[in-house]
Ligand binder design. Structure first.
Ligand code: SF4
Length: 211
């Protein structure tokens, strides 16, 4: 039999109030030793919000941490791609959980599975509909090389049609391998000269103006 005191809540309240009182009371003597602060002398907002960096570095940082994948799931590798988005592996840690099924909202195509000739031109067309800048991950042996399907029906690697940035080996690769590939892509993006590559004329004019 368990006996529960009907006044237990009141007891806890009294103990907590007593603790709060003691802490406040003990802090009083030290208040006089603390320096006076003036509201205009220090603006923490400015200190925290001003960052000096290169434009390329800032742009790349934003891009690499907000990749929106186009899940081009064509065969069994797509199951591992789906697992990477689930809670156990959680691709959201890399800011890449926003899988989009509209090519106009994506910037990284993940080709996961066997690319047959029947699908190959559709993959190319979807890639072409994605806006720049865009990247491609070939996930698994089939997407990278045709895998075990050395047959008349299978494209021997998606890089025969579109440029691939990262290849992931395995049949199928584990979700961790996809995350590792994603990190490789992030490394690659952080080293790109994004502004110069996309706006070469403007970059030249700026350099001339700056001497
Ligand atoms: S690499 Fe293996 S798991 Fe992936 S699509 Fe090809 S056969 Fe399936």
């Amino acid at each position: 039999m368990v006996l529960v005191c009907p006044f237990r809540n009141l007891c806890f309240l009294r103990v907590n109030l007593w603790l709060i009182f003691c802490c406040r009371h003990r802090a009083q003597p030290y208040r006089s030793l603390m320096p006076e602060t003036h509201s205009t002398a220090y603006d923490s907002k400015i200190e925290g919000n001003v960052i000096f960096t290169r434009f390329d570095a800032a742009l790349n940082w934003v891009r690499k941490n907000s990749l929106w994948p186009m899940p081009m799931g064509l065969a069994c590798c797509a199951i591992e791609l789906m697992a990477a988005a689930a809670s156990r592996f959680d691709i959201a840690r890399f800011g890449a959980e926003v899988m989009r099924f509209s090519p106009r909202q994506c910037d990284v195509m993940i080709v996961a599975g066997t690319v047959t000739y029947k699908m190959a031109l559709a993959v190319k067309r979807i890639y072409e509909q994605m806006p720049e800048p865009k990247w491609v991950i070939a996930m698994g042996a089939c997407a990278s090389t045709g895998g075990m399907y050395r047959s008349y029906a299978t494209l021997q690697g998606i890089d025969q049609l579109i440029p691939v940035d990262v290849y992931i080996s395995g049949c199928p690769p584990r979700p961790e391998a996809l995350l590792a590939g994603l990190m490789k892509l992030q490394e690659k993006i952080s080293g790109e000269r994004s502004f110069r590559n996309q706006k070469p004329e403007l970059a030249e004019k700026l350099e001339e103006a700056l001497g």
